[in-house]
Design a protein around this ligand. Structure first.
Ligand SMILES: C[S@@+](CC[C@H](N)C(=O)[O-])C[C@H]1O[C@@H](n2cnc3c(N)ncnc32)[C@H](O)[C@@H]1O
Length: 281
């Protein structure tokens, strides 16, 4: 009997889609749209209609924005063709023709796209921290300002806290996928605040998707970002901090509510994720 070629059964990691897992692990577009909606109305006294999602990746936020209101439009800008194509096929198309026709995806460097002018420009999941030099980030902020209508808003997120410079791994169960999401701080150089981070996924069959995503960026501080926004010509900046309350499971623990409020003074925490809102005028 001749030798039979044996084929290895694919593992859960082989079969998984890294973008599906990423979206389930780190994105919450409904909460972001709610924050945009509420904050814009509070600060500008009208409803925001147009969004430019810089570093849009799979354009999940742009899609959610257009789903939330029939009059809303979105532009998504990302430099990576494969990610944009994935987003078109898996987020935009399934949302239906009426949503799809209000979304424009542009494959380009975010520093090159300033037209048409929109109500809100967003840069989320800390993507602007990829610009590690002060001049480069100020240049990007200047471009976002050119992209905004006179009463528009730039909305950014940022992470930090006493633990953020530590080399660490944080695990979150993804029950729906029988998987674990792992966020790793791979390295941190305190001399230039350069940080390497990675996302891995582990599955219940023991398989692992190692380095599904990796990032090299600078850990900018809140005052640095505010100062650079000012340098780029923004007239006013605001910081929104998450409201915390006692955990149901443990009285000594506080847990985030997902609700954000504007503030200028807080106690530092092990880790935090904030929103920064900048007004051009
Ligand atoms: C951290 S991911 C963020 C994806 C998405 N915004 C989110 O909230 O999860 C960074 C994205 O920025 C894109 N990117 C990196 N540098 C860029 C640049 N200069 N211009 C446009 N896109 C860029 C990458 O292709 C990647 O999709």
């Amino acid at each position: 009997m001749g030798k039979q070629a044996k084929k290895k059964k694919p593992t859960m990691a082989d079969k998984a889609d890294r973008h599906v897992l990423y979206q389930a692990s780190v994105q919450c577009p409904e909460a972001e749209v709610e924050f945009f909606d509420k904050t814009f109305r509070e600060l500008r006294g009208r409803d925001a209609k147009s969004l430019k999602e810089d570093f849009c990746g799979t354009a999940l936020l742009a899609t959610e924005w257009c789903k939330s209101d029939l009059e809303r439009t979105a532009i998504g800008v990302d430099i990576d063709e494969e990610t944009l194509e994935w987003g078109k096929k898996n987020n935009i198309k399934p949302a239906g023709k009426d949503v799809a026709k209000r979304i424009t995806l542009i494959k380009d460097d975010v520093k090159n796209v300033t037209k048409p002018k929109v109500d809100i420009v967003s840069a989320f999941n800390f993507s602007y921290c990829l610009f590690e030099q002060r001049d480069e980030l100020i240049k990007y902020f200047k471009q976002t300002r050119k992209s905004l209508k006179d009463d528009g808003l730039l909305i950014l997120d940022l992470f930090g806290g006493t633990e953020c410079a530590d080399v660490l791994e944080e695990e979150t169960e993804l029950d729906e996928f029988d998987a674990t999401y792992i966020w790793e701080h791979v390295s941190f150089n305190p001399i230039n605040n350069h940080m390497a981070c990675a996302i891995h996924f582990e599955f219940d069959d023991g398989s692992r998707m190692d380095k599904a995503f990796t990032y090299e960026w600078r850990l900018w501080s809140i005052p640095e970002v505010l100062e650079m926004l000012e340098k780029a010509g923004y007239a006013k900046t605001r910081v929104y901090w998450e409201r915390y309350e006692e955990s149901d499971d443990d009285d000594d623990e506080l847990e985030g509510t997902g609700e954000y409020y504007e503030t200028t003074e807080v106690e530092n925490q092990e880790s935090w994720m904030i929103y920064i809102v900048a007004e051009p005028g």
